[in-house]
Unconditional design. Structure first.
Length: 276
């Protein structure tokens, strides 16, 4: 008979997790917000790291799982707010690793999905620092699932386009071919796009995207205070209030938005569990 002590997390006590060696850096995705969406490798890394360098979008509850003697350093970047410079963050990771410490770089969502993880890995590689990538659940998929919005659905779309809604200056990205984006996929998922949404909507409409196409702004995805604002491209273009919606938020354009009402599962008592 299996005892209660052999089940749940106790069953992982004898698991052979990868060694977190001194002088190495692990880049870990913390998921879209809910602590329960952390991966097992991420949880393992928190228990082994001597230094945790974390982003602004990492839930504080996740940091409670770090080992008790770990140093916790904030290195967050938020649009429109005082933020750490990316070069300084990368140099700090190199510096800490050269001190022969186990360094955990904890990032919201997934390190490689608009998370600057690639840039940090390049800095580590050029400095000869060994590193490991632990992917996380990106909000562009997991966060939308909490809003009842499938990223893909056979009845609406067989492709999806992910893009960022602002460049390094905070403006609408000029390096994006918006004419092609307007017709590239039935569903567009935009990160960090709320502030520029009116201009983006106007640009998409101007390049032939249907002005009546559904749009959703999902704020604080997977958290108890999650909210969903639904509108259309035309209303997003002209509404003076759209840029004041809570952030962090995702913007979704496409017919999958219409499923949010039917698939609204994250409600009521389910929001009382802070793990997700």
């Amino acid at each position: 008979m299996t005892s209660v002590h052999d089940s749940g997390f106790a069953a992982l006590d004898s698991a052979e997790f990868p060694a977190f060696a001194p002088g190495t850096v692990w880049l870990v995705g913390a998921g879209p917000g809910a602590p329960g969406l952390m991966t097992l490798l991420g949880y393992h890394a928190l228990g082994a790291a001597e230094v945790v360098v974390y982003d602004a979008l990492v839930n504080d509850e996740i940091l409670k799982w770090a080992r008790k003697d770990a140093e916790i350093e904030f290195a967050g970047k938020r649009g429109g707010k005082p933020s750490s410079k990316q070069q300084d963050i990368s140099l700090r990771l190199v510096e800490l690793a050269k001190q022969n410490r186990r360094v955990l770089r904890l990032k919201g969502g997934d390190p490689f999905m608009f998370g600057r993880g690639g840039e940090e890995c390049q800095a580590l590689a050029r400095a000869g620092i060994p590193f490991r990538i632990v992917p996380g659940i990106t909000s562009g998929v997991g966060g939308l699932a909490y809003a009842g919005i499938p990223t893909t659905h056979r009845e609406t779309n067989h492709s999806v386009l992910f893009l960022t809604g602002h460049d390094a200056s905070g403006n609408v990205p000029t390096g994006v071919d918006w004419k092609k984006v307007a017709h590239a996929a039935p569903v567009i998922v935009m990160f960090m796009a709320v502030r520029n949404l009116p201009r983006i909507a106007e640009t998409l409409i101007g390049h032939g995207r249907d002005r009546d196409e559904p749009v959703a702004v999902v704020s604080n995805a997977s958290l108890p205070n999650q909210s969903i604002h639904t509108t259309t491209l035309e209303k997003a273009r002209t509404s003076p209030d759209i840029t004041g919606l809570p952030t962090p938020a995702l913007v979704v354009v496409g017919r999958v938005v219409e499923m949010a009402g039917e698939l609204d599962w994250y409600a009521g008592i389910l929001r009382e569990n802070s793990l997700g």
